[in-house]
Design a protein around this ligand. Structure first.
Ligand code: ZN
Length: 209
């Protein structure tokens, strides 16, 4: 993947984004594209408030898409433990922020991740980090949901995994149909959550509670 074509990203220069004195450049090519975009929408990139905007946008986009440079293995490291445990584990209300790949506008909300261990458990904070690995990319909510579920299956080989995501999409709220109060719920069920209605019912009870 040649997404990161500049070397700027590997060792970003350290300076204050709002320091208008410095002429520092973060990612020359990206900043030039943002400058062109500003002109295109009728702005004047040379005015004071916008002078460092290309640099700030380049940095922000790097952060918001940093999932491309992360793998699940990197974030999990060795936080998987053998444990005699087969009872359901749920991490609820994991807040996440992503961007839709159709409009490059944010969508954000809460992810609930549950699994039925097969004598292997994972450090709970790692589950939230797995969510970020996939959220910090251009996404569609359906794929995000499935990728989290598949990653959990790969790492833990559990009896089952369930991922439920409830999110609001700026592309629906700010443009198009302008429905500010709609939310989108997606789910991905693997293993016994898919096969066994009782596991699913128990999960729903616990999420509500
Ligand atoms: Zn969209």
């Amino acid at each position: 993947m040649n997404k990161r074509i500049t070397s700027a990203r590997a060792t970003p220069p350290i300076f204050d984004d709002y320091d208008t004195e410095t002429e520092a450049v973060y990612d020359a090519e990206f900043e030039s594209i943002v400058r062109q975009m500003l002109v295109r929408i009728g702005e004047h990139p040379e005015r004071e408030g916008l002078r460092r905007t290309p640099l700030r946008v380049a940095k922000a986009m790097d952060f918001l898409t940093s999932g491309y440079d992360m793998t699940v293995q990197d974030v999990v490291r060795n936080a998987v433990f053998e444990e005699q445990c087969e009872e359901m584990v749920i991490v609820k209300d994991i807040e996440f922020y992503s961007m839709c790949e159709h409009h490059i506008l944010p969508f954000f909300g809460k992810a609930h991740v549950a699994y039925l261990p097969n004598n292997k458990v994972i450090g709970l904070s790692k589950i939230a980090r797995i969510v970020d690995v996939f959220a910090r990319r251009l996404q569609v909510q359906e794929r995000l949901t499935n990728q989290i579920a598949d990653a959990m299956m790969d790492i833990l080989s559990p009896h089952g995994v369930a991922v439920i995501i409830n999110a609001s999409h700026f592309c629906m709220m700010m443009r198009g149909v302008q429905k500010q109060n709609s939310s989108t719920i997606t789910s991905a069920m693997r293993g016994s959550f898919r096969e066994n209605a009782r596991s699913r019912a128990e999960l729903m009870d616990l999420i509500k509670g």
